[in-house]
Design a protein around this ligand. Sequence first.
Ligand code: RB5
Length: 146
Amino acid sequence: MKIAIASDHGAYALKQQIVNYLSENKEIEVLDLGTNDEKTSVDYPDFAKKAALAIQNKIVDCAIIMCGTGIGISIAANKFKGIRAALCHDAYTAQMAKQHNNANILAFGGRTTGIEIAKQMIDIWLNTKYEAGRHQLRLDKMIDNV
Ligand code: RB5
């Protein structure tokens, strides 16, 4: 499985910890899309776009994105066709993000989420199966909204 990871400066430190964590797993290939330091202020929509395009272009299977709160970067990612970015705060929301929403991007905040909760969310999101069925009918209704 190939996973893109991207953040703005507000989550750079957490992103680095997560890159290290995922790199320990031999079944996961990590594509780090930046940012590359926490001192330079950058714009989270640029990093949401990098992650969204990596999914749209099938360079990766899914992505993890972060900004200070996870709010801005998840809103930005959800502007891209086919992207379902879920802002999660705990294991339950991460589980539901896959089980019911088939989220292809997991989002959270570098200033709101600690590394241990982040690891729990990543593990459960990656290992939960999408239930489809009635949930697919709902996802289908989100396509081509005007
Ligand atoms: C950057 O300071 C901050 O606004 C950003 O990381 C994010 O929290 C926005 O939603």
